[in-house]
Design a binder for this molecule. Structure first.
Ligand SMILES: Nc1ncnc2c1ncn2[C@@H]1O[C@H](COP(=O)(O)OP(=O)(O)OP(=O)(O)O)[C@@H](O)[C@H]1O
Ligand SMILES: [Mg+2]
Length: 502
């Protein structure tokens, strides 16, 4: 028996928000050198727990102990001073600052007389990023980074405080498989150094890869804490959702209709030329490593990126789309990756966000009719199973996964013919994921053409009819998802397999 107290412990922690008991009498501990995963459905209280541990929220009751000593954090800096570093679910970086400035934002290194030591800052930032397996230049502005690179900067920032506890809230949801593997190497090194790590993720496979112990929360309460070898992924799902969950992926559409979306000779910067067709009733996935051009491709299709050449056809007619709002008018709805930043108005109600794409339906003479807005919003909330107190709740107070559902719901309000989705289930719990998969399939069966990007290969293969694999800006192959294996996709994505047609 070790005499050493846990690095971090909570006892009887309770946090109440208006209308929600986000945490309810929660007790758990994290040992030094342990990766402790926290699992739970969207809204289970995972982020709230991390917010309390990092000094952002004060608990209503209960205690937090660091190495056996009770602590009380008035501000985030107090938690940092106690050695708790956090990587939040929503990014906290400042776009107009550089990578190095962001990493050291809370404790800029200075020389005598308080002069900022830029050279040291750049050097230390570079070293930190290297330990994360990244060659990112410290002088780049964060605004110019893609979402994966930003996540790495977030992690470097949390590590820069020489933390003995590292809290990670869905750190891989924006990372590719190989970036996640790099992160896990880093986490293993940190674990060997005795750092206590709390790891929140909806990706069960990676939880079972990295965690030493797993705690499951439901409705803010502890369901169980188990050693990894005492729990299976199926057990974890059952504990999380409180019921058996067998079907992760719906069946496939029997017959597809005519070509609904056609892309011919599309070029956008380094991407292209690309030709592709998505038929009515079909779900086509786009796979590829980071930098393969898959995001750029779909963004160029919907007018969110400049197009240098090529034609877009919807239902056989060429359409002009230079801006995303034009795509909407042509029946193409685009759900971008990432939640709050691009897709929602965080300080507005859920209802207003949901109707924002189709204000025409609920306004008369330019005035929003509250009853119509509420009716439409409630219908969408029911359809997608968004969990909210009511439709007047501010979007920024919804849990992360429910924000993602809100984004999808708001685009469905438009009743599009083509749905383009980038990482539609990022940050979504297993139960809700299965619901979203079913919704996407149902939309396809109703005649929609769906084009989707996902970094999760099992999801692409489980969901899609065909998967296009991109590498270096080109489509390297198209596979029938039902028959394809992850290895085939990865080989094409890495450029080690020849062209293949489906
Ligand atoms: N600032 C807030 N005001 C009101 N309610 C809140 C606030 N923050 C969180 N909640 C509510 O508390 C509950 C727990 O939310 P939390 O963000 O901790 O969930 P989570 O487990 O992290 O979910 P997800 O997997 O979706 O990220 C939810 O019902 C959420 O709507
Ligand atoms: Mg969360």
């Amino acid at each position: 028996m070790s005499k050493r107290p846990p690095e971090l412990a909570v006892e009887g922690l309770t946090k109440v928000f208006p209308g929600t008991r986000a945490l309810d009498d929660l007790s758990m501990s994290v040992e030094p050198g342990e990766v402790h995963a926290v699992l739970g459905e969207n809204g289970a209280g995972k982020t709230t727990l991390l917010m309390i541990l990092s000094g952002v929220y004060a608990p209503d009751s209960g205690r937090v102990l660091v190495r056996g000593e009770e602590v009380s954090f008035a501000r985030a800096q107090d938690a940092q001073a106690a050695g708790i570093g956090t990587v939040f679910q929503e990014f906290s970086l400042v776009g107009r600052l550089t990578v190095a400035e962001n990493v050291f934002a809370s404790h800029l290194p200075t020389r005598w007389l308080g002069v900022l030591d830029r050279r040291r800052m750049a050097r230390e930032a570079r070293e930190l990023l290297r330990t994360l397996g990244s060659e990112l230049r410290p002088d780049r502005s964060v605004a110019s980074l893609d979402v994966g690179e930003r996540q790495l900067v977030e992690i470097a920032k949390a590590l820069s405080l020489r933390a003995s506890v590292l809290l990670l809230d869905e750190p891989t949801s924006a990372l590719s498989a190989e970036e996640a593997a790099t992160l896990f190497e880093v986490l293993r090194r940190l674990r060997e150094q005795g750092i206590a790590i709390v790891f929140v993720s909806h990706r069960l496979a990676e939880v079972f890869e990295i965690a030493d112990r797993i705690t499951v929360l439901r409705d803010g309460r502890l369901v169980d804490t188990r050693r990894r070898d005492e729990i299976t992924p199926d057990d974890a799902v059952r504990l999380m959702v409180g019921r058996e969950l067998s079907v992760l992926y719906p069946g496939r559409t029997e017959e597809t209709g005519p070509a609904r979306l056609e892309v011919r000779g599309l070029r956008s910067g380094p991407v292209g030329p690309v030709d592709l067709v998505v038929h009515a009733g079909e779900i086509v996935g786009v796979a590829g490593l980071r930098g393969s051009g898959r995001s750029r491709l779909v963004r160029a299709i919907v007018g969110a990126e400049r197009r240098d050449a090529g034609e877009i056809l919807v239902d056989g007619s060429a359409v002009r789309i230079d801006r995303p709002w034009q795509a909407v008018g042509r029946g193409i709805a685009f759900v971008p990756a990432g939640r709050m930043e691009e897709a929602l108005f965080p300080r507005m109600s859920l209802a207003r966000n949901l109707v924002s794409t189709c204000l025409g339906l609920v306004t008369r003479l330019g005035i929003v009719r509250a009853a119509a807005e509420r009716r439409l919003a409630e219908r969408l909330v029911r359809r997608l199973g968004v969990r909210a107190r009511d439709v007047e709740q501010l979007v920024q107070t919804l849990s992360g996964g429910n924000q993602q559902k809100a984004v999808l719901a708001k685009w469905l309000a438009l009743e599009p013919r083509v749905l383009v989705v980038d990482e539609p289930t990022q940050g979504i719990d297993v139960g809700a994921k299965a619901e979203i998969h079913a919704i996407l399939r149902e939309l396809a069966e109703g005649g929609l053409a769906v084009l989707m990007i996902s970094s999760e290969l099992p999801e692409l293969l489980g969901m899609c009819d065909r998967v296009l694999v991109m590498a270096n800006g080109r489509v390297r192959g198209a596979l029938r998802a039902e028959e394809a294996t992850e290895e085939q996709v990865l080989a094409l994505a890495a450029g080690t397999a020849g062209e293949e047609a489906a």
